[in-house]
Design a protein around this ligand. Sequence first.
Ligand code: FAD
Length: 401
Amino acid sequence: MSSEPKSDVLIIGAGIVGLSIGIALLQARPSLKIHIIDKESGPGHHASGRNSGVLHAGFYYSPDSLKAKFCREGNLELRKLCAKNKISVLECGKVVVTRSAEEDARLDLLYSRGITNGVDLEIHHANNLERHEPLAKTYNRYLWSPKTAISDPRAVTNAMVRDFEEVGGGISYGAKVRLSESAGEVSVKGFNARYVINSAGAQSDRLARGLGMAKEYAMVPFMGIYRTADSNKLPLTRLVYPVPHPMNPFLGVHFTLTLDGKVKIGPTAIPILGREQYSLTSGWSLSDMGQALLATRALMRGQAHSLGEILKSELPKLKQSSLVRESATLVPRAREIKEWKKKPPGIRSQLVNIQSGRLEQDFIVENYRNSTHILNAVSPGWTSAIPFGRWVASEKVLPNL
Ligand SMILES: Cc1cc2nc3c(=O)[nH]c(=O)nc-3n(C[C@H](O)[C@H](O)[C@H](O)COP(=O)(O)OP(=O)(O)OC[C@H]3O[C@@H](n4cnc5c(N)ncnc54)[C@H](O)[C@@H]3O)c2cc1C
């Protein structure tokens, strides 16, 4: 096998995170030769091109987390990137509504997190909801997030590929790579690079495991199914979300809007057996199944998240009627729409810590010899990507480059 192409840094994964790291590295150190490789035929084929396109404001995340550190700033920087590339941003804002006294009490924690994280956020009594989103309902109070917005994930990824190439980066597709180690050096067969960054999204832990890393984690993928209707049938103007459960890494079934005038409900969070299992009948992988079983056992032992409860509440949502029923607890008129079209699903793969039996909530970055590994780049990884990539590219994370 040839050892071309030769680069200083090889980044695995042409998703938004790999691209951001590549751009940031070249902006800081233009003399570096950086190459990105992806196994698919183009960029953003997985999470970066299949997400909801929500520019999150940054109020959900524990103040000491990397998510909190990067989401608010990422929201601002992604807007700038969209403006520069003439990519539409729908300035819709978001309301977070409640359905019970218990959820209403949890609103305070979310609000105080937002304020601590420096997010522009307001808490209002139900009387005001008419002003922000007349189609939504709430039990008592609600949050108004003016900085939550919507954009186009594929257009953003394509713009970042152009930016990466403009600053001198090289990119190639169609090679599924693995990491190996010999004489204390991490390398990728067929590529000659003195430093490797593993930014392979849902496959990152698998690549890291090839080096004996990530043994404390197992991956469990969740299928997110969405359905859409024309917004002239349900003229929502804001995103409408419930208060997430504190132990759940996902935000619950919610309403988003699309740039082409649709209202979207979902996603489900159905545990599945393959990280790229985009339909229920294909995309299975034996090693993914092994990981999912390991993760399931750990979750059951840890008792922080009840997989039984997750399955009980999620599986019925495969049916339109059940997904609509849940959505209607936020926006009652959702029931009036008879046909909700299914959208291509996305897969949110989530690391489980085998020892604690808990889902890892934050981004994880680990260095090993001449390599860096981005593990658990889950939501809001898309919103956070630009400052997160800059931080990974900084000397704090890559001291030996
Ligand atoms: C359904 C869904 C909805 C979401 N909604 C939002 C949202 O609204 N807002 C938000 O901020 N975030 C959202 N997220 C999260 C966000 O999409 C991710 O955090 C982000 O896209 C992660 O980017 P990435 O580059 O790490 O991964 P990816 O985009 O998955 O990129 C990884 C790349 O690595 C490549 N790769 C993998 N293995 C190999 C290999 N062996 N060799 C070569 N290449 C390889 C893959 O082909 C892929 O292109 C959502 C995620 C999902 C799944």
